[in-house]
Design a protein around this ligand. Structure first.
Ligand SMILES: [Fe+2]
Length: 382
């Protein structure tokens, strides 16, 4: 009898570089749109499910018999069927992914970031989206930044620690994934904190954050969260500086590249604001700050040895010297324009969901929310 595995297992095997074959049995179109990627290279093979129905022995013959096979499909039924077929064909170690590719798209991997202080910080990496949310714990208060729509994850994370979610922050109105922020704040019974330049036209119940505002956790005894308005990627983009040590930068500063300011179709105006932000608002922050971004593009250049997507601001500026060294606004706008590319059509719809203007069904949201982000201003800087 074959068994199943979870998206969490899948991440662990990739991180530990286990020798396995990942067999995706979705059709070629869905596979080319979105497939499993992680911190290490994997052997990923796409053989559509119908090939196993039509000719099981021929389809199976395309796979090596001496390695474990981990089957992936859209929902889980076809992966289970293919796993059974492979067993009948003499494969010994075959497992199928529970709840299909959507569970991979939604899985969050918590990584604790050393703070050397009396508070704790986690990066919740969402490998299916190449995005990160964050948790900051002080005493019994847990602040969440940029929650994904897997709201139950944060609630049970807090429950396991025996603490309460105290703040729900958003760095900006996201275009590439459906935010869990409004729902999480509602379930936790706390305010949703976001910038009015992104949310004033929304139907979301939020409390506006102010540039320069300082929020101190745990009745004034915990870490200070400094609100820094950093417009460009969106007009309301906000960077949260924690305890003068960490910069939760949303889609303003990435480890590689910066957040693209062309998603709102006002490229010159927003690029000009991003230039101002990078020069005079973010660029002046200390080099020692550790950058915790909202997204990454590739693990190899952006994660540290512990698979945390983080680097100090001095190194980040060095990596992206091409961007940070531009001292002329026109030149900066030109750089952005030259690096512009299409944005996925679904981004417009996702923005509307995040602004509370439309409310698709859960299944529709699952489809909208699947796929890697396209938030960086340039794919390759060198
Ligand atoms: Fe974004």
């Amino acid at each position: 009898m074959n068994g199943s595995y979870t998206a969490k297992d899948l991440y662990k095997w990739i991180e530990e570089d286990e020798s396995m074959i990942y067999l995706d049995v979705r059709n070629e179109e869905d596979f080319s749109r979105f497939s499993v990627e992680g911190p290490n290279e994997i052997s990923l093979i796409n053989i559509p499910y119908f090939d196993f129905i039509e000719n099981p022995s021929l389809a199976s013959a395309r796979l090596p018999k001496d390695l474990p096979i981990r089957v992936i499909c859209a929902k889980e039924g076809s992966a289970k069927f293919v796993a059974e077929t492979l067993e009948q064909q003499g494969f010994a170690d075959v497992l199928w992914l529970q709840e299909g590719i959507v569970s991979w798209g939604n899985v969050l991997i918590p990584k604790q970031i050393p703070t050397l202080s009396n508070y704790n910080l986690w990066q919740f990496n969402r490998p299916g989206k190449a995005s990160c949310s964050y948790g900051l714990l002080s005493g019994r208060e847990l602040a969440i930044f940029d929650a994904s729509r897997n709201v139950d994850f944060y609630l049970s994370f807090a429950k396991k620690l025996g603490v309460e979610i105290s703040h729900v922050f958003e760095t900006h109105l996201q275009a590439d994934y459906i935010s869990g922020g409004p729902r999480l704040s509602e379930k936790a019974g706390v305010q949703y904190l976001a910038h009015e330049e992104d949310y004033s036209g929304s139907h979301v119940n939020y409390r506006p954050v102010q540039d320069g505002e300082k929020i101190v956790m745990n009745n004034g005894t915990g870490p200070e969260i400094l609100v820094t308005h950093s417009p460009g990627h969106t007009p309301g983009s906000t960077t949260y500086v924690i305890d003068e040590k960490f910069m939760i930068s949303g889609d303003t500063v990435f480890i590689v590249s910066v957040g693209r300011p062309d998603l709102g179709k006002k490229v010159v105006e927003w690029a000009s604001r991003l230039y101002e932000t990078l020069k005079h608002r973010i660029g002046v922050l200390p080099d020692s700050l550790l950058v915790l971004p909202g997204h990454y593009t590739d693990w190899e250049n952006e994660s540290d040895d512990d698979f945390i997507i983080m680097n100090d601001f001095a190194t980040v500026k060095q990596i992206n010297e091409k961007i940070y060294s531009i001292d002329d606004e026109e030149e900066f706008i030109q750089f952005i324009v030259e690096n512009m590319r299409e944005q996925p059509a679904v981004y417009n719809e996702i923005r509307k969901v995040n602004a509370g203007l439309i409310a698709p069904s859960d299944d529709e949201q699952n489809v909208m929310d699947l796929g890697k982000n396209e938030c960086a201003a340039s794919h390759m800087l060198n």
